[in-house]
Design a protein around this ligand. Structure first.
Ligand code: GCU
Length: 598
């Protein structure tokens, strides 16, 4: 098995999944490029194509009109029709919709430019790490194309060692958030299509050969062995010694990196204080390589299923959850530690031990704060509704996003579930698509559970994809998209699978502060009654192991248009977008308080 894993790791590293994505960036030697950037709105991609649609960055000598050259007119006669330095500015990271009024609904191309100096010592290497750009990014440094990345919620990086100069580097990024049916997600989503450089942009300085990535977790189904791999970038065989130090566990493991740059290891460990919501213990872990020290803060716990139970550290656990979209207090893309604390503290206040981060991988602050706060996490890729399941490129895009998520977050104890999809229509192509994603997940990480949020026909859970999932999750909206709340207690659910069940969504809209009778849609009283009745039904569902009501906070959606009530917001939040709790919040809070003491 170990040899197979090594081969697979070599394969995935050799094939350059996610361009040798560097992990644990927060603990590395970094320089932030966050801050004020210039931007140019370019709806006709004038800076990218000539008037006959020749793509400038495919030309030997790119025309001066190409924006990535950051060219300035050399004399008064010269025709140059753009100038980043005289263009408006925007704060990065941050979407353009919530920062620039005229870009609120904009879907198209915007160029960004950041100048910086950097003195790179002769024997060092430099990487440009981009936390996430929605949706497609063409990245240039000093006029040279670094690459093109698609996918709006996962990190990627490029080596810039041979391009960076001591003074006046200019980083230019073209961002296109146009939706296409072959994309992931596809053209139809119930969330705002925030465009732009939505997460941190960072320079990472490394030695000639360095620790690029590693897994340090408990071995599957074994609570007393810490196992994983260390991956060295550009191994110099003369320096192939590596050690893993976990002082609190009296571990100082030494190993030799094989020629391919990978060391697989298993380390017996005693007296581990296992990570849990009640005890979110994180250990200081240091990977020492060739005089370099890379620190991390890692929790150790087991997660598995046994029949219809989810076991955390060998004991059944009930997931008291809530679904969360990645939005900040200003009504834009969340990305900071402060944004993460605002959302996760509300989840804690609700009585949660678990959060469903919908419908895409959230920023790394969310999962690192969840580690610290003791919140278990469902992480999901945006295979949402009707992606093109027969399109091979669509599948590869989804798989790449999944790979990057797992590389970034596989050492986070809080993450217990990788979710493959949300509410996808059943078909053979869709079943194959998700089955392959699940298989890929288990190759990269065989320790966590695999799930997906499914739809159900009436009260029967029998989606064929349930066969390959560890946890069967489904969304249901009794009292909002159909059904009578008065019937709630009479409704019984059946599942085809003897597996843990999570109700991954239920809920209804309420405009905070709008009051009326409990049978009046859009009032807080209606939402409150909907929660009361749904919970009476849900608690009788067989194999129920958790729930994550939809949703913690009202969020922007271009589909939600009812004037005076929605005004471009999905109002299913238990908290309004300006931070006011609704009556249903307290129903859920009471239910969780009772559940916790059961
Ligand atoms: C769907 C979907 C959510 C959506 C919600 C709603 O189930 O998963 O993304 O926002 O229901 O309709 O409000």
């Amino acid at each position: 098995m170990k040899r197979l894993l090594t081969t697979l790791l070599l394969t995935y590293s050799f094939l350059g999944f996610a361009q040798n994505l560097i992990s644990n960036v927060p603990n590395r030697n970094t320089t932030s490029l966050n801050g004020v950037w210039n931007y140019i709105i370019d709806p006709y991609q004038t800076g990218f194509y000539s008037f006959h649609l020749d793509q400038y960055d495919k030309q030997e000598k790119p025309a001066k009109g190409a924006f990535f050259t950051n060219y300035h007119a050399q004399n008064k006669q010269e025709l140059v029709e753009y100038d980043f330095d005289k263009s408006p500015t925007i704060t990065i990271p941050g979407d353009w919709n919530s920062q620039v009024t005229e870009l609120k609904y904009y879907e198209g191309n915007v160029w960004f430019k950041k100048s910086f100096d950097y003195n790179l010592a002769a024997n060092k290497r430099l990487f440009l790490y981009l936390g996430a750009i929605n949706y497609k990014a063409d990245v240039y440094l000093n006029g040279k194309k670094l690459g093109t990345h698609i996918g709006g919620f996962t990190p990627f990086n490029y080596e810039v060692t041979s391009i960076v100069q001591p003074k006046d580097n200019y980083l230019v990024i073209k961002v296109d958030n146009t939706r296409h049916k072959e994309d992931v997600p596809t053209v139809n989503t119930d969330w705002w299509n925030y465009g732009g450089i939505t997460r941190d942009i960072t320079l990472i300085e490394e030695e000639n050969s360095f620790v690029e990535d590693y897994t340090i977790q408990l071995k599957k189904n074994n609570a007393s062995i810490i196992s994983g791999f260390i991956k060295i970038n550009n191994l110099n065989s003369a320096q192939n010694q590596v050690s893993i130090a976990i002082p609190e566990l009296k571990i100082n493991y030494k190993g030799k990196i094989a020629a391919g740059g990978i060391l697989n290891f298993e380390i017996p460990a005693k007296k581990i204080s296992y990570w849990s919501p009640e005890n979110p213990k994180l250990y200081d872990v240091t990977v020492n390589f060739n005089g370099q020290k890379l620190n991390d803060q890692i929790g150790f716990r087991t997660i598995e299923t046994q029949g219809d139970k989810i076991l955390l550290n060998g004991k059944p656990i009930f997931l008291r959850g809530i679904s969360i979209h990645e939005e900040n207090a200003k009504g834009g893309r969340a990305n900071s530690e402060e944004d993460a604390l605002r959302l996760l503290n509300w989840a804690k206040e609700l009585g949660c031990n678990y959060v469903r981060l919908a419908h895409y991988p959230h920023n790394e602050n969310m999962v690192r704060e969840a580690d610290k706060m003791g919140l278990m996490v469902w992480e999901e890729i945006p295979v949402y509704w009707t992606v093109e399941f027969t399109n091979k490129e669509t599948y590869q895009n989804a798989e790449d996003q999944l790979t990057a998520s797992i590389i970034r977050d596989k050492n986070r104890a809080s993450i217990i579930i990788w979710s493959m999809a949300n509410e996808t229509p059943i078909s053979d192509a869709r079943n194959t698509f998700i089955t392959n994603l699940a298989a890929h997940t288990r190759v990269l990480d065989n320790t966590r559970l695999v799930s997906a949020a499914l739809l159900t026909k009436k009260e029967t859970i029998d989606d064929p994809i349930g066969e390959i999932l560890d946890v069967v999750a489904f969304n249901q909206y009794l009292g909002w998209y159909g059904g009578n709340l008065e019937d709630a207690e009479k409704i019984t659910w059946k599942s085809k699978y003897n597996k843990p069940i999570i109700v991954s969504e239920f809920g209804g809209d309420a405009k905070q502060g709008f009051h009326g009778e409990k049978n009046e849609r859009w009032t807080e009283e209606y939402q409150e009654y909907l929660y009361i009745q749904n919970l009476k039904m849900i608690e009788k569902i067989p194999h129920l192991s958790g729930l994550s009501p939809w949703i913690l906070v009202d969020f922007r959606s271009p589909k939600r248009l009812l004037p005076g009530i929605q005004d471009g917001y999905n109002r299913k939040g238990l908290i309004s977008n300006d931070g006011n709790k609704k009556k249903a919040f307290y129903i859920m809070q009471d239910w969780y308080a009772k559940k916790k003491n059961e």
